[in-house]
Design a protein around this ligand. Structure first.
Ligand code: HEM
Length: 271
């Protein structure tokens, strides 16, 4: 069958608006799926990454960091059924890119050709083809941990700050990560608001029994400990200031870093 990615893009755009889901858009959770599928990459062992779509299998599917992404994968399933030629690995990464653009974000360069690890191979050699749990970042930690995780993928400090701007989108859910609330006033729009809020709001610890997180004085918006690390760390902070001032620079740098992330470990050989 002809590989008509534009038809898939159109079908992804068509499912994004969903009034009864969070803030009315599936976009944020699809962006999180694309990132978590890719963010397992380890540049030393050249394992993990979006190729293979290994989040279909345990242990990756049951990694606590991926809680809630079963919904994102299920939302995309009808599109996979309609276009069976596309791999899950391509569909999940393309959905992230399409969602960002549809939510007023930058065009992120994307190329197809990923393939999926066949279930038989995943079953026979799980340790060989499925990345272990624990490669995605832990929001309760600080700058050193963020660097450990993103340097492992091959990113630098500026990339880390640019990629984190995706938290202009979506929200935290107590039944997934344990954290609660959106980062910005417009969680269905991609913008540089996250950086402006980081710098300008009087963030304080939320008073609750949940995990440590930060809230604005009205307890409407939130920041994770790892978000706060971007203004507490003297090497990260100048990039927060840059992107707060310069939306174009943020869009350009985010698009380049996110495109690079989606390519990590992609070989385009049949798995
Ligand atoms: C949501 C942590 C980096 C995109 C979340 C949530 C946590 C988290 C705890 C809430 C999940 C939930 O309860 O539903 C982190 C940490 C990061 C990081 C610790 C790095 C230090 C990124 C990056 C991207 C991203 C690099 C994309 C480029 C998102 C999006 C959501 C989200 C779009 C919202 C999902 C939704 O609304 O369902 N993140 N994240 N995050 N993250 Fe991150």
């Amino acid at each position: 069958m002809a590989q008509n990615y534009d038809a898939v893009r159109k079908d992804i755009v068509a499912i994004l608006k969903k009034p009864d889901w969070d803030d009315g858009s599936l976009g944020p959770v699809l962006v999180r799926l694309a990132w978590h599928a890719s963010g397992t990459y380890d540049s030393k062992t050249k394992t993990g990454g979006s190729n293979g779509a290994t989040m279909r299998f345990k242990p990756e599917s049951s990694d606590g960091a991926n809680a809630g992404l079963e919904h994102a994968r299920a939302f995309l399933e009808p599109i996979k059924q309609k276009h069976p030629w596309i791999s899950y690995a391509d569909l999940w990464t393309l959905a992230g890119v399409v969602a960002i653009e549809a939510m007023n974000g930058p065009k992120v360069p994307w190329k197809g050709g990923r393939s999926d690890v066949p279930p038989k191979v995943a079953q026979a050699q799980p340790a060989k083809v499925i990345p272990p749990n624990g490669r995605l970042p832990d929001a309760a930690q600080g700058a050193q941990h963020i660097r450990d995780v993103f340097y492992r993928m091959g990113f630098n400090d500026q990339d880390i700050v640019a990629l984190s701007g995706a938290h202009s989108l979506g929200r935290c859910h107590t039944d997934r990560s344990g954290f609660s609330g959106p980062w910005t006033h417009t969680p269905d729009r991609f913008s540089n608001q996250y950086y402006r809020l980081l710098l300008n709001v009087d963030w304080r610890e939320k008073k609750w029994d949940g995990p440590k997180q930060y809230v604005d004085p009205d307890d409407e918006l939130m920041m994770l400990p790892t978000d706060m690390a971007l203004i507490w760390d003297p090497k990260f902070k100048p990039y927060v200031e840059l992107y707060a001032k310069d939306k174009e620079a943020f869009f350009k740098d985010f698009a380049a870093a996110f495109a690079k992330m989606l390519e990590l470990g992609v070989t385009r050989q049949k798995l």
